[in-house]
Design a binder for this molecule. Structure first.
Ligand SMILES: [Zn+2]
Length: 347
């Protein structure tokens, strides 16, 4: 029975849904704002003060004690004389050495732990150019020690992110050449304002291109949006979505199992995710690294790269409207995914 003057049941439900969404949106907005403020304070302390440096040293010591051989077992990949060597550092970070074995030159990407990078700087790598990166010391804390030890070290990165010992600031589309290594910087703001990802061009060595994605993109996940909006992050994700399916993804963290668990909550029917999860669980049972995946694989299960999918829009948003403007925008969906991911507990 419906009383006169009361909205019809359908309208009533729609009204409640709208109210819930507004409340959820407001809560999300407040959380996001307070998270950003906290991040900015922590970021300044961490990157610009001795307190931050001491904290980083303590993190380093703890991780070395807890994982004397690194948090994961990694395998190098060799492509016609170009070797990519993932180095597990801290509790879940990856640094990378990219080595042109013929020229005896190496580039270190995200050298968080100078000792870990130094130990692996063998295999004929004589010179070092450093791809120091973005976010504070969990990605670039090794710059100081490596720069002091190797006077010819060059430290590349964004001038916007307070990278320690930066010698060569990079902009969007700048290319760093080291032997046969051609590495293009792509501006991908969102996690931080100056966030860069690095694309190693496969053409000079006739192998697959490699994307070193830092805190932008992980296996089945993406970084938090600390300095930017959902639109900014979406545009950064679209930048890497434009790369080829065969591009290998080398992320900045080992988050695969948790991320795929979350992807299963928002897209339970996704078989590609299910298959990848089974493989990842086998890898992690023996503490093996899960990188690299490919961008083609990521397109098939990474929800943060699938905001164009109708199934995801219908599951999380109001669904597509009669026109593009009336439906749930991809940026709104990305924001909702981020909110759900931040509150998701995998276990
Ligand atoms: Zn990180």
């Amino acid at each position: 029975m419906v009383w006169a003057g009361w909205p019809a049941p359908g309208l009533w439900a729609a009204g409640c849904g709208l109210l819930c969404r507004v409340r959820r949106g407001l809560r999300g907005l407040l959380m996001t704002r307070s998270q950003r403020l906290l991040f900015r304070i922590g970021y300044s302390l961490y990157t610009r003060t001795w307190l931050g440096y001491l904290f980083y040293r303590q993190q380093l010591r703890r991780a070395r004690n807890r994982y004397p051989k690194g948090h994961s077992k990694t395998q190098p990949r060799l492509f016609n004389g170009v070797k990519v060597l993932p180095i597990p550092v801290l509790s879940d970070n990856y640094s990378y050495l990219i080595i042109d074995t013929q020229a005896g030159l190496a580039v270190a990407v995200d050298p968080s732990d100078p000792r870990a990078v130094q130990v692996r700087r063998t295999q004929g790598a004589l010179g070092v150019a450093l791809g120091g990166r973005l976010l504070p010391l969990d990605h670039s804390g090794g710059n100081r020690d490596l720069s002091r030890r190797h006077r010819d070290c060059r430290v590349y990165g964004s001038p916007q992110d307070g990278i320690p010992y930066l010698t060569h600031p990079l902009c969007h589309q700048d290319v760093v050449s080291v032997g046969r290594l051609q590495i293009r910087a792509l501006a991908t703001p969102g996690h931080t304002q100056g966030h860069l990802v690095y694309l190693l061009d496969g053409e000079p060595y006739k192998g697959p291109s490699c994307l070193f994605s830092g805190d932008l993109l992980f296996l089945s996940g993406c970084g938090r949006t600390f300095e930017g909006t959902a639109e900014t992050m979406l545009s950064s994700l679209d930048t890497v979505l434009g790369l080829g399916d065969d591009t290998l993804l080398w992320p900045g963290h080992e988050y695969a199992e948790e991320n795929l668990g979350f992807a299963g909550v928002v897209e339970p029917e996704n078989l590609a995710r299910e298959r990848k999860m089974q493989w990842v669980q086998r890898q992690r049972m023996e503490r093996r690294s899960t990188c690299p995946s490919t961008l083609g694989e990521e397109r098939s299960y990474n929800p943060f790269l699938r905001t164009h999918c109708l199934a995801l829009q219908e599951a999380l948003g109001p669904g597509p409207g009669p026109t593009a403007d009336e439906g749930c925008s991809r940026a709104q969906l990305l924001e909702e995914l981020r909110r759900l991911k931040d509150t998701h507990k995998s276990k």
